[in-house]
Structures are given as C-alpha cells and as structure tokens.
Ligand binder design. Structure first.
Ligand code: X90
Length: 275
C-alpha cells in the first residue's frame, strides 16, 4: 500500500483517492498544549493565545508519531515543512532510519518542502498525480525534487510577533510592522527561510505587490494554492485578480490549520504557485 504523510503545517485534513495522513505539530504555552489534529478548533486556540500573556511556542512531531503513521504501508512519501525553520524534517528522518531497520523492504521518500502550507499542498498533489500515472518509487522520488525547485511561496502577514519571539525571523524586521495597517510581504528563500520582500500599507497595496512579484518570478498560469488565517476576503481578491490576468487557472483556497495560523497570525495569507 502506498501512503502520503505530511505534517499538519500542510493545512490539509484529508486528500482524495490516496491513503493520506497528517502528523501533528504542537502549539503550547507554559499552561496548555494543543495538538494540531484535524479537529483542532483553530479560532478558539488563537483567541486563547492572543489573550495569554506568557510565552508560547511550538514543537515538531515526535519520532513515534511518524512511526505510527508509517505502519501498514510499503511505499511511503513524507512531505515536511521547511528544514530551514523546523526540526520536523529531521524528526521524520530519524523515524525513517528506525523504521527501515525493522522493515527493510519498505520504501520511504522524505521531501523537504523548503516551504509550508500551500507549497506542501502542491507537492502532495504532484506525488498523487505521478502515482496515478503509474510512476515507480524511484521516478517519483527524483521528479518531486525537480518539481519542488519550480515552486514559489509568498506570504503577506499582519504580524511577525510569533515568528520573532520564536527566533524564526529577525526581530528588527518584525518590529518594523508593529505599526497599524502595515503588512509584510515575504517569500521562501532557496534554503527555506524567510525572505522579506516589501512592507505594504493596506490590503490594496499588498494585492498589487504580490501580483507584481508573482509575475516577476515567471508565473505563467500554473497551479496556485492559497491558505489564509481568517482572511478569505484577501485570498478571494488575489484569486480574482490572478484569474483576470491569467484566465481560468487551477486555484484553490484552504483555511490554515493550527501551525500556520499560529505563525502567519490572524489576517495572514500564504500563497504557493508553480512557475
Ligand atoms: O518545529 C516547529 O516547532 C515549527 C516551526 C515552524 C516555524 C515557521 C512556520 C511558518 C509558517 C509563516 C509564513 C511562511 C514562511 C515560510 C518560509 C519558508 C507560516
């Protein structure tokens, strides 16, 4: 049996036609922990975290949670959040070594998305598509690396607070948007870290700038996936504008699950596209 497994930052809860499972990261304060399971009430968790005065942080999935997900499959594809910002890829790697020592006949491919959310969605969809075409494990494993390099990730955030306090972005960049109505537009660097592109005042400017960046990166009408943190409005406006320019493109919008909601914060959107 083949199985695709991703960590919960992919924002998907299920996937059609292929055995699919997500392995949760965890969001915590010193008093409470929330496991980023599909049924997590994200809105409630965000309310709690925004009203909580102490520190909050996250943790990557345990080795055991990967091992549990591997159980029963003999051809496994794992897609993780960027190794540039999380230990998730490393923990999946440890689980793989351990699992293979007990099940040497199983095949496991771990893909470092160097991205998150919608970038991971595109990778998961590509793996499923290649398998549906009858491609072998070796063919999929090599094609997916090439595909990963063709993807771009952009994000527009209203706050970088949680990224900054957890050391995932430079504090100087983060403090620059503590001002009303300023949004930061960024992209994933080639090594999967956060690359700020511009500071924008207001949603209209964010829209113009993100479209400008997408055009400049060589986007020609390929697939687009957008995840949003309680900001379907902005996601829809971007989608509409892209359709005006590029026609009837393959575009889907999904709400963020816990991990991306925590870091992208309320109002944030993340966009992944093919070039
Ligand atoms: O291991 C852990 O505890 C998880 C740490 C994750 C840290 C960053 C998550 C970022 C999510 C923010 C915008 C997208 C940036 C992606 C750049 C590659 C969402």
């Amino acid at each position: 049996m083949i199985k695709i497994i991703a960590d919960s930052s992919c924002d998907l809860k299920d996937f059609p036609d292929v055995p699919f499972e997500t392995v949760p990261l965890t969001l915590s304060t010193d008093e409470k922990s929330f496991v980023d399971e599909p049924d997590l009430d994200v809105d409630e968790v965000l309310d709690y975290l925004y009203s909580h005065h102490g520190r909050s942080y996250t943790a990557c999935p345990s080795t055991q949670s990967w091992l549990d997900a591997f159980e029963g499959a003999d051809e496994i594809y794992v897609v993780t959040i960027t190794s540039g910002l999380s230990g998730t890829y490393a923990s999946a790697g440890i689980a793989k070594e351990q699992y293979l020592s007990e099940h040497p006949e199983v095949k496991i491919c771990i893909v470092d998305s160097l991205s998150t959310g919608p970038g991971m969605v595109l990778l998961i969809e590509k793996i499923a598509e290649l398998k549906a075409q009858g491609k072998s494990f070796e063919e999929v494993s090599s094609a997916i690396v090439t595909y990963q390099k063709s993807l771009k990730l952009y994000f527009a955030l209203q706050s970088l607070h949680n990224l900054a306090v957890n050391g995932r972005v430079n504090k100087i960049i983060a403090s620059a948007i503590g001002i009303m109505n300023i949004r930061i537009l960024g992209t994933a660097s080639p090594v999967g870290t956060i690359d700020p592109v511009a500071k924008c005042r207001g949603d209209k400017r964010v829209l113009e700038k993100i479209i400008e960046e997408i055009r400049a990166c060589g986007y020609k009408g390929g697939k687009v996936r957008i995840c949003h943190v309680e900001n379907l409005e902005l996601a829809n406006v971007i989608a509409e504008r892209l359709r005006e320019i590029f026609g009837d493109i393959d575009l889907r919008i999904v709400p963020a699950r816990g991990l991306c909601s925590y870091y992208a914060e309320r109002g944030g959107i993340i966009l992944g596209c093919e070039r």
